[in-house]
Design a binder for this molecule. Structure first.
Ligand SMILES: *Cc1c(COP(=O)(O)O)cnc(C)c1O
Length: 368
């Protein structure tokens, strides 16, 4: 059985023709039991801060009869304080996916196209289709790095995940700055979903570049994927543009409990640091162990490793791990079909992964 659902096959005669060809995003598998070691969608292996549990209490749950704050003031204020910007420079979305959707909606149209790498977060392509945009997919270099020159003076909105997914590679802020300088009349959107795991944030560049939007999420480094929280930091004007989209679509986009959860998570810096350091240390040990087993492992600045083994196809490795109740992510795109993306879990989960991998390789060797 293949776990992913192909959504495009069935359609009614009522669906607008402009969506006849749309290929929706295929999320990683989300089993609703805990029978798996889940290393397929880059969530944190650690629970949210204990302060989140205190904040989301019975009293607050009783207030669910009331609408949430459409201005999301409490959380916006906390994010602004954390990053040293004004609250008017922060926009909170229902996951960074929503922030990205509002950005594509606000800043692109038939005359304002977009570009992004051929290998990157799959949702960019879906948004481009959804909003009927001309999207140029610029091939990454042979080593999967972004060639900065490809994005200089490109006459389009630029969307870059930095660090990139699923490669894990990152650009320096100096490199991003060249892209910003050479595209003064176009938005440069930097998706920093993984920046807390060793990347360099572009937030300090905001004062100098009115065309910059930085997008981050609570889903990875803040252990709140299920709360659906993401945010943009940009100039006041760009944030107001995003607010126009939101207030024309879903003014109460953040629910009451998520506002509380996000505020508490952002406030608990010590816990955030502790989780992040744990993941960085587990990442370096796991990388070394996989290399010992003959894997090629890209240099990761994220909470995942992008790996390939000369004796094992990506598809085969993924399926063998699944039989052992370990979920990882495989992508069918030709350039990366021999790779597998493995989320960094707890040290114990990584030990289990390594043991399973050794068994799979031993059997594979017998076959060869
Ligand atoms: C996980 C991820 C997102 C989506 O995050 P949500 O906030 O959960 O919607 C966006 N961009 C990239 C590159 C991601 O990996």
């Amino acid at each position: 059985m293949h776990p992913t659902i192909k959504r495009e096959v069935l359609m009614s005669r009522f669906l607008s023709e402009r969506f006849a060809e749309i290929e929706p995003y295929t999320p990683g598998e989300q089993p609703q039991d805990f029978d798996y070691i889940k290393l397929n969608t880059n969530e944190s292996p650690y629970p949210p801060s204990p302060k989140v549990l205190e904040a989301v209490n019975a009293e607050e749950t009783a207030k669910l009869r009331l609408y949430s704050d459409p201005e999301v003031r409490q959380l916006t204020q906390e994010i602004a304080e954390f990053y040293g910007v004004r609250p008017t420079q922060v926009f909170v979305g229902n996951g960074s996916d929503e922030v990205l959707a509002f950005s594509f909606l606000a800043f692109c149209d038939a005359d304002h196209p977009v570009c992004f790498p051929d290998i990157t977060y799959g949702f960019y392509k879906v948004f481009a289709q959804l909003f009927c945009l001309d999207a140029q997919q610029i091939p990454l270099q042979e080593d999967f790095s972004v060639r900065v020159e490809d994005y200089c003076d490109c006459g389009r909105m630029v969307v870059l995940a930095n660090p990139n997914a699923p490669t894990g590679l990152s650009l320096s802020t100096d490199q991003i700055e060249r892209i910003l300088q050479t595209n003064p009349d176009h938005i440069v959107l930097i998706d920093e979903a993984y920046v807390d795991f060793g990347g360099e944030s572009c937030i300090p560049l905001l004062g100098r570049y009115p065309n910059l939007i930085v997008v981050q999420t609570f889903s990875k480094s803040r252990s709140l994927a299920g709360a659906r929280l993401g945010f943009a930091v940009a100039s006041e004007e760009l944030i107001e543009d995003l607010n126009k989209m939101k207030f024309s679509f879903n003014p109460y986009n953040i629910n009451r409990l998520s506002i509380l959860a996000g505020t508490a998570a952002m406030n608990d810096k010590a816990y955030f640091e502790q989780c992040r350091e744990e993941i960085l240390s587990t990442r370096s040990k796991t990388k070394a162990a996989l290399e010992q087993l003959g894997f090629q492992v890209l240099d990761s600045k994220t909470n995942f490793l992008f790996v390939r083994h000369p004796d094992l196809s990506g598809d085969d490795y993924t399926r063998q791990l699944r039989k052992k109740s370990i979920l990882v992510r495989h992508f069918s795109q030709t350039r990366i079909k021999n790779y597998v993306r493995i989320t960094i879990g707890t040290p114990k989960q990584m030990e289990t992964l390594l043991e399973a991998t050794k068994e799979i390789l031993a059997i594979r060797r017998q076959e060869l």
